[in-house]
Structures are given as C-alpha cells and as structure tokens.
Design a protein. Structure first.
Length: 209
C-alpha cells in the first residue's frame, strides 16, 4: 500500500493557516502556495537515492553525495497545480516540467482530459504530480493513470490540502503511489469541495472568482 505522509512542519502548517483565510488576496495566496510547495518538496524528496562521487575541492580530493540515477520531473494538474511549480523548481531546478489538463464535469464530478504534454523521457524520470487540492481524487487518479499509460513507473503525488475521500480513492486506484499532504481535512461537501478547505484554489491563485 502507498505511503501517506501528512506534513507536520510548523512552517507548512502556519502558511496553510494563512491561505485558508477568506481575506487572503491572490498575490499573497500565490506566494504562499509556492512557498508551501517548496517546503513540502524538501520533505517529499527525503528518500531520493544518493550516490558517492569523487570531486576536487580547493584543498584536496574527497567523496561527496549526489542524487543517483533517475532524473526528476514535476507535473502540475492544470490549472491550480501551476501554483506549486515554481516552489518545486526552487528546490530541484534541473527538473523538467510536464502539464496535464483536466477539468471536473460539474454534473458527474468525473475528470475530463483536455491537455497532456510531458517530457519525452518521462518514462525514465521520477515524477512528482502536484495539485493544491485532493478532493474527490478523480483528477489526481486520472492524471496518474495517464502517466502510467505512457510508461512512467515512479510517481509521487503532492497536494496542500486533502479530503479523506480523495486519499481513499487514490490508495484504491494507485496503491503504488506515495501521497504527500500538507493538511488532511475533514470531509467533502455536497458540491465536492473540501471542508474546511480554502475554496477554489485555481480561482484564488489566478484571481478569477
């Protein structure tokens, strides 16, 4: 079964508290989402494999640690996932970026794909799929299935706020994908929104209420 990690870092919790507030405007919201993604990336990459590499310092030869093997890629689920990309790239600037576009059908709440563009070598990369909200889990599950269909083997999912229903769906659909969560909330309401949540992350990031 996949690993579910709910972040307990004080800085992450503090910043999530601010973005939940109704009065937090788009500019501050965007900045904080990026900062939260950066802090979560630091925690979520804790188990990346390292290799010994011999180098020359100005003083002598020595052996240092470098990331081993697979390169990384960040794949935001459009459009809200875009808000997390810069924060991730601050930590792993050499990562490539793909994009998956999904929208939720307002009647069925099922995800519908409208865009998918991935690095050509994505099957050989360790992929971090990012979306601020894991609500029903439909979009995240569909995005990860798209990646698997393209041969990607190593996938992690990262969100700022999750509902238990979304976590359950993800674990059922993709038991091999680790899930990193900033805060685990109470439940989904009748409209598929996370409670207490923070509203629509995309609208708040891009100011399109």
């Amino acid at each position: 079964m996949s690993k579910v990690v709910v972040m307990d870092h004080p800085l992450i919790q503090h910043k999530i508290g601010i973005i939940r507030r109704e009065e937090t405007g788009s500019k501050d919201f965007r900045t904080l989402v990026s900062e939260i993604a950066m802090l979560m990336c630091y925690e979520a990459t804790r188990e990346l494999k390292l290799a010994d590499v011999e180098i020359e310092t100005p003083i002598c030869k020595t052996t240092v640690k470098e990331l081993k093997g697979k390169k990384l890629a960040v794949v935001p689920i459009l459009r809200a996932g875009l808000g997390m990309v810069d924060g991730m790239l601050n930590m792993i600037p050499a990562a490539k970026v793909g994009h998956i576009g999904l929208y939720r059908d307002p009647e069925t709440l099922a995800p519908v794909e409208y865009y998918c563009k991935l690095p050509a070598d994505c099957a050989n990369r360790e992929i971090f799929v990012v979306d601020p909200m894991l609500a029903t889990g439909g979009s995240a599950s569909a995005a990860i299935q798209l990646l698997k269909d393209k041969g990607v083997k190593s996938i992690h999912f990262m969100c700022i706020i999750a509902a238990p229903e979304g976590v359950k769906k993800m674990q059922e659909a993709h038991p091999d994908v680790d899930i990193y969560i900033g805060a685990l909330d109470d439940h989904l309401n009748d409209h598929g929104y996370i409670v207490p949540g923070l509203g629509d992350a995309g609208d708040r990031i891009f100011g399109t209420k």
